[in-house]
Design a protein around this ligand. Structure first.
Ligand code: SAM
Length: 357
């Protein structure tokens, strides 16, 4: 393995299967590359789960539109702005507004108003990531012009056949459209992020190796990927007997993060909540092997139970301020520090855009 991310498909597959000493070496190499390229700052994105209303019906997701057991909610404008004020006051450099997918003029307007006001109330100091699904290029442009700088849209899996196994063929779900949406985001000028679920039923290590190469080929600026976690009220639940045990899914996710850091040394990689759902220290482990972004949940607590994507979603007993102190301590204990008041832009994005004509 060299330091420049030139790994062959076969090498990636072999590293994805690594255990014991070989796995340790992979993690150490990724940690060293991370230190050289992005250092030991961890950037915070305050996660705002804006709405669990969703028009999509993904077979794996707890908030799919066919799940009638879900109590649906949307934050009010003021609730969203209060979350943003909180994040800004506490020195979070940015927030991530995530939502079930709704393509409507009303939804577009609501997000637009929040993005504009967030800029106003923070004097343009807060970075805004949106993760609101597939939208038209026009909507992406409108939100970008209003001040959203980053967008996260997971491809979920780069294997088109597997994508079709995970989504209904009802005209609302299309692998090609998802790729086109990612391309539209890049074209619009966003720092563009994608990601996949790791340890899905029917998914092979070869698929995961392809996922990593897909992200490299797409020249993404950021990545949020984590283990797939089953949810009893979804159609994919019936395949749960095929899954790796949770502990192994976590380790596989850590190897994915380490390999992505080696392949793409200067992108932002999030230590996602699903890692924490498997192990309390899962996010810190991810930070140690390559991740450099954390997304503490700052959604008003009364809504958090309703944004229930998968089993064991972590719901902290601490309030958001205590949670931040706790994270600060845990990160210091592993030799990292929070980049307070820093937007933590993707270094890759900076390089990618400075070379444009
Ligand atoms: N609607 C937006 C979109 O499509 O990008 C964002 C919201 S969606 C609920 C956010 C992410 O949750 C998805 O991209 C998916 O990867 C993840 N997710 C959903 N169900 C999951 C599960 N059972 N296990 C792990 N992650 C899951």
């Amino acid at each position: 393995m060299n330091n420049h991310g030139e790994l062959s498909f076969e090498q990636i597959v072999s590293h994805l299967k690594a255990t014991g000493q070989e796995e340790n070496e992979l993690f150490q190499r990724a940690a060293a590359i991370k230190q050289t390229h992005v250092g030991n700052n961890v950037y915070l994105r305050g996660l705002i789960e804006f709405s669990n209303i969703c028009e999509k019906d993904c077979y794996y997701c707890g908030i799919r539109c066919s799940n009638r057991e879900v109590h649906r909610y949307t934050l009010t404008h003021d609730e969203a702005i209060n979350c943003i004020r909180f994040a800004h006051e506490k020195g979070f450099g940015s927030v991530a507004i995530q939502s079930g997918e709704i393509a409507s003029a009303t939804f577009t307007k609501k997000i637009d108003r929040i993005v504009r006001e967030a800029q106003k109330v923070t004097d343009g100091e807060i970075g805004i990531t949106l993760s609101c699904g597939e939208q038209t290029e026009e909507t992406y442009r409108r939100w970008f012009e209003s001040g959203a700088e980053r967008y996260l849209l997971r491809i979920e899996t780069s294997n088109e056949k597997l994508y079709r196994q995970l989504h209904p063929e009802d005209g609302k779900h299309s692998y090609t459209r998802r790729i086109q949406a990612l391309e539209a985001l890049k074209k619009t000028g966003y720092q563009t992020g994608t990601g996949v679920m790791i340890g899905l039923p029917f998914q092979t290590v070869e698929d995961l190796a392809d996922d990593l190469l897909f992200m490299k080929q797409m020249e993404i600026d950021m990545c949020g990927m984590g283990p797939y976690i089953e949810h009893a009220a979804t159609p994919l639940w019936k395949e749960h007997y095929r899954l790796l045990p949770l502990g192994e899914r976590l380790r596989l996710a850590l190897r994915m993060i380490a390999l992505l850091r080696i392949l793409m040394p200067d992108i932002n990689i999030a230590a996602t909540t699903a890692l924490q759902a498997i192990d309390k220290g899962g996010r810190e482990e991810a930070i140690l092997v390559g991740a450099n972004v954390l997304m503490p949940n700052i959604t008003p607590s009364r809504y958090r139970d309703d944004y229930f994507l998968y089993e064991n979603k972590p719901l902290s007993a601490r309030n958001d301020e205590e949670e931040l102190d706790y994270l600060d301590e845990r990160l210091q204990a592993i030799g990292h520090r929070i980049g307070y008041n820093l937007k933590g832009n993707s270094l890759r994005y900076g390089k990618r855009t400075s070379s444009l004509p």
